[in-house]
Ligand binder design. Structure first.
Ligand SMILES: *Cc1c(COP(=O)(O)O)cnc(C)c1O
Length: 456
């Protein structure tokens, strides 16, 4: 499927007919965006930031069109959410049908089939062919919190192990689980207790190269010594880290952790909120090494932009919780469930895992060539369409966050929406919608290359 093959609709409809082009017609942000930004500054709390304050009129395929008529190439997907696009026809139709039927009853009051259908799909698609059950929520942080609640009840233990560079959300418990202080935790404590941090496998930043198996032993030894295996309810890990810098652990790290968890009756929770739903070129990040977690958290890519999240896991673990112990007013909202079913259909029909692998090859090929002639590019890494470069002072591993900021800003000025990430803020990450056209992606990578050549 390419976006251009679809029937044209109004350019501002956000539908698939949106011209798939990079087009800069004003300064970025333009005058209308600047007007809106002035209003926003008076009305919206300062703590809610925006990477690029261009105000959106429409989005779809691989572009975001702003209120000044600029068309930006989207390498952000709303932080890995719109894998199927911002206006996937299958999502739009499913949402429209559901919204006309009913918007809400609350699944805990009067249930509906869409919720059950999403849980069936999660059982089928997540790693492992054991019996699974799910509970649905509205945000990723809520899913992570609930995974911990479930793991504590099921194990009768308290301790939660997380990793360096981890990101799990902004609620009180998930702030404790997130590694980076500024901006996520700074001033917001005290944080929840019984959260312990173990060393991650971060191949580019190992002082001495070590294998994934050795890195897993380093982590589990720390857990045994500092926490005690019999105190640990769960180990929570992102199979490919998101906000922490698109860190891909060395092969053998995840299987090593999984083996240790099995040996010690510790539940392994894979936080697949950013890596899941086709992003890494498989349905889930764990699939690459055949790791089967006890619990999986999902959100972001699951529902084509509508707020939905899930915890899916071993039926016996999920059912350890008493009736009424899980839920929430909006969790598994019928419109969000309809969107998820449409999005999952789009992922299957358009083979989005395959698209993610193809886009990943294109990006890694370009970025690897770029790294060879740009000493400031210290590392190129990623899996599928979850790709990043880490910028450093040439010849060292010393992070260069200022360069990442300058490069990202220059890309924005040229009409390419990029994001930075990483504990040190020096990682440029690329996560386009999986339905982006290859020509458009190549054009965006040309811009990245030119901008890097000018600034590095
Ligand atoms: C974004 C993210 C979360 C938090 O999800 P929200 O929907 O923002 O609450 C948790 N874990 C990972 C890995 C994420 O990328």
């Amino acid at each position: 499927m390419t976006v251009t093959e679809q029937a044209p609709t109004s350019p501002l409809s956000g539908g698939p007919g949106l011209p798939q082009e990079r087009r800069v017609v004003t300064e970025i942000p333009g005058p209308r965006s600047r007007d809106l930004h002035a209003r926003r500054t008076d009305a919206v709390a300062r703590g809610v930031g925006s990477v690029l304050p261009v105000y959106v009129a429409a989005a779809g395929g691989g572009v975001i069109v702003d209120v000044d008529g600029n068309s930006l190439v989207d390498l952000a997907s709303g932080i890995g959410v719109t894998g199927v696009g911002n206006a996937s026809p299958l999502v739009v139709e499913a949402v429209q049908r559901q919204v006309e039927a009913f918007t809400h009853t609350c699944f805990m009051v009067a249930p509906y089939a869409g919720y059950v259908d999403v849980c069936d799909a999660l059982a089928e698609l997540t790693p492992g062919d054991h019996q699974k059950k799910s509970a649905l929520f509205s945000s990723g942080a809520e899913a992570v919190e609930n995974a911990v609640k479930i793991a504590r009840v099921a194990s009768g233990r308290d301790a939660v192990v997380v990793f360096d560079h981890a990101y799990h959300g902004r609620t009180n418990l998930t702030m404790a689980m997130t590694a980076k202080s500024m901006p996520y935790k700074h001033g917001f404590g005290p944080f929840a207790g019984e959260v312990y941090r173990a060393p991650m496998s971060y191949p580019f930043r190992e002082p001495v190269p070590i294998s994934g198996e050795e890195a897993a032993r380093r982590a589990t030894t720390m857990i045994e010594k500092a926490v005690g295996a019999d105190q640990v309810a769960c180990v929570v890990i992102e199979p490919v880290q998101g906000e922490g810098g698109f860190v891909v652990p060395a092969p053998g790290f995840l299987p090593g952790l999984a083996q240790w968890c099995r040996t010690h009756d510790v539940l392994l929770v894979a936080d697949e909120i950013q890596s899941g739903f086709c992003r890494t070129g498989d349905w889930f990040g764990c699939d690459q090494e055949g790791v089967v977690p006890d619990l999986v958290t999902t959100a972001k890519g699951i529902a084509g932009g509508l707020p939905l999240a899930g915890v899916t896991g071993r039926a016996d673990v999920m059912d350890a919780v008493h009736v009424g112990g899980l839920g929430g007013t909006y969790g598994g909202n019928p419109v969000a469930c309809a969107a998820a079913l449409g999005a999952i259909r789009a992922m299957r029909e358009h083979d989005l895992p395959g698209r993610a692998r193809r886009l990943g090859e294109l990006m890694l090929g370009r970025l690897t060539a770029l790294a060879e002639r740009t000493p400031a590019v210290g590392d190129v890494r990623g899996r599928g369409a979850m790709v990043a470069i880490e910028l450093v002072r040439p010849g060292t591993t010393e992070p260069d966050a200022a360069l990442a900021g300058r490069v990202s800003a220059a890309c924005h000025a040229e009409g390419v929406l990029t994001l930075t990430c990483g504990t040190y803020g020096n990682v440029l990450r690329f996560l386009p919608p999986l339905v982006i056209g290859e020509d458009l992606l190549a054009d965006a990578m040309d811009v990245v290359a030119e901008v890097l050549a000018a600034h590095a």
